[in-house]
Design a protein around this ligand. Sequence first.
Ligand SMILES: [Zn+2]
Length: 293
Amino acid sequence: MGICLSTAGVCISTADDVVNDFLDRQSLFYEESKRAREHLQKKNAAANNDDYNAIHVNSILQSGLTPIYPTLPDAARKHGCRNVYDGDTLTLEDDARVRLMGIDTPELKERQPFALEAKEYTKKYCYGKDVWLTFGEIGGSENEKNKDHYGRLLAFIWVPLGDDSGSRGGTNGGKSPPRQSTSNPSQWLCINEGLVASGLAHAYSPSNSKKVHNHDKLLGLQRLARVHKRGQWETFKDYNVIVTPNGSAFHKCKNGKSTTSDCKHLSRSKNLSILSASDVYDKGMHPCRNCFG
Ligand SMILES: [Zn+2]
């Protein structure tokens, strides 16, 4: 982060650097973000400016939205991770397959952009290591209620940061996450949230009635990633989409203006309206698979 020479108040590029640092250094995330907030607070106090962007950036930092937690949830249970298939699917040492809840990463099979990066992210923190699982709203357990229709466990994955307690010794493909030289292991990364914060996953709920407990936080992290063009959001340009009054998916808008659509899911829908893609992502909606493939 360079020295800000601006005399007009908070230097936006410096503020952006702060946010980028905040997002980039996943393993140093907690300390970095704390320092970044303090840095910006001091600058704002000194400048007393009312620049909208500075306030916006500041509010993001002040929001404390981070996928790093000081403690592990009580209900979390330790498992070994045997393999990582893609960003949101892995297997445990007892062969149970796990699908990360509340998110959707790009498809490897369909060679979607950032599918490989999403897989690398999850692999970096989980492959050959101990991981901790929680299920649903209050932890739950590995019973049928927490499985999807493919029989995969739906879970949040947690890993320790800042020490080697998660390592299972030499089987992580030589790709260890950067380690902090600290004796404090009390930083826990929620992989599900980390993927969204890095722009490598969308927040996802299959329907309006099946929202995960941290759905709103995931939307906040997703917005943060979009605003700062992280991962999949790097080349995002807003466009118009078609929505139904109560649907959880949005649909392609043929000419960007009209609600006329060829989508079979809209053949009987009434009261269609047009919104921007950024708005509907902020609402937690996902692209219709029929429209967007
Ligand atoms: Zn559609």
